[in-house]
Design a protein around this ligand. Structure first.
Ligand SMILES: [Zn+2]
Length: 325
């Protein structure tokens, strides 16, 4: 996991424009990651220290029905604003860390977020490098959240767990033996595509009865005709049951005892969701190693995605210092 003590702490002299009045530079220089979260409905940016403190944040809603460059303009404005805030706070940005909705290619060379249809194979990494002049490290948003949960959240210090986001879509990240799983293309952990209802709804991936097709915010809206922010008791229970069922498959197949769940839908449905999820999990984890597995809420609340993006950035800085790519 990200260990701040191992982060490369070498300090380069700060380039100071001789014409700037000296009082605009506060005396203390903090190293930060410029963290960026690209979700289906919003862009968020923040500054994350090596201890995981989020010292600034801002967000902008993703506009609907505009072209790819309009999206990029509002995104770039947000990133630039965060660079200005770093200067104002006496922080030095070591790199950019990004968590993005999938699918993506390695290190976010391109991203194609399902809920931003105008961005298909959008060359995010090159554009961000060009914009900021900084190194850019990126990963899937749910994998970033898994890093954050293991670093500072509900799975702190745990070598084996699964983190999930139940939001507009459903994603996940799996940490086994202390390592976040990447997979061949970097997309490991797409647990929204575990089949939970064999005769269920058709999923965007082409399969039938995937967790995402039954329990995501988008699916809930299609099933009930109401946004997930206005749920019935039954839909909260049903969503929890499906998520718990998927969690059981993960625990049984990967030898896990802990599933941490974040995302606006799960956290919004709160205790009703988590109780139903735990009941479904209990019913389906009967093996000696999986019995007693727990499903619990993220402790990072709405800071999780940005802290996760920060963790991706710090991991990149640390790996670059070791010559690992
Ligand atoms: Zn699917």
């Amino acid at each position: 996991m990200v260990d701040p003590d191992q982060a490369d702490g070498s300090l380069e002299p700060l380039a100071v424009d001789a014409e700037d009045p000296p009082e605009v530079h506060p005396p203390l220089l903090i190293d930060v990651i410029l963290a960026v979260d690209i979700g289906g409905t919003k862009f968020a940016a923040g500054l994350v220290t090596a201890r995981g403190e989020l010292i600034a944040r801002a967000r902008v809603e993703v506009e609907r029905d505009v072209g790819p460059e309009s999206h990029y303009t509002s995104f770039a404005t947000l990133v630039t604003e965060m660079q200005q805030q770093a200067i104002g706070q006496g922080a030095r940005i070591r790199a950019v860390g990004v968590g993005a909705a999938g699918p993506v290619t390695h290190q976010l060379e391109t991203i194609s977020p399902v809920n931003i249809p105008e961005w298909r194979e959008f060359p995010l990494r090159a554009r961000l490098q060009e914009l900021t002049g900084l190194r850019v490290f990126g990963d899937l948003d749910a994998k970033a959240l898994a890093l954050a949960e293991g670093w500072l959240g509900a799975a702190q210090g745990q070598p084996d767990f699964c983190a999930m986001t139940v939001s507009t879509g459903i994603g996940g990240g799996i940490v086994l033996d202390g390592e976040l799983l990447d997979g061949e293309s970097g997309n490991a952990g797409h647990i929204g595509h575990i089949i939970v209802e064999p005769l269920g709804r058709r999923c965007g991936c082409g399969a039938q009865g995937c967790l995402e097709a039954e329990a995501s915010g988008l699916a809930i809206e299609q099933i009930t005709g109401r946004p997930p922010s206005e749920p019935t008791y039954e839909i909260m229970q049903r969503t929890g049951t499906f998520v718990g069922r998927a969690a059981a498959s993960i625990c049984n197949s990967l030898d896990l005892q802990l599933v941490v769940v974040g995302g606006a839908v799960a956290l919004g449905f709160a205790a009703t969701f988590f109780q139903s999820a735990q009941v479904a999990l209990d019913e389906n984890v009967q093996l000696t190693y999986s019995r007693g597995a727990r499903i619990i809420p993220s402790r990072l609340a709405d800071s999780g995605p940005l802290i996760g993006a920060g963790a991706v950035g710090w991991r990149g800085v640390r790996r670059a210092a070791r010559g690992v790519h």
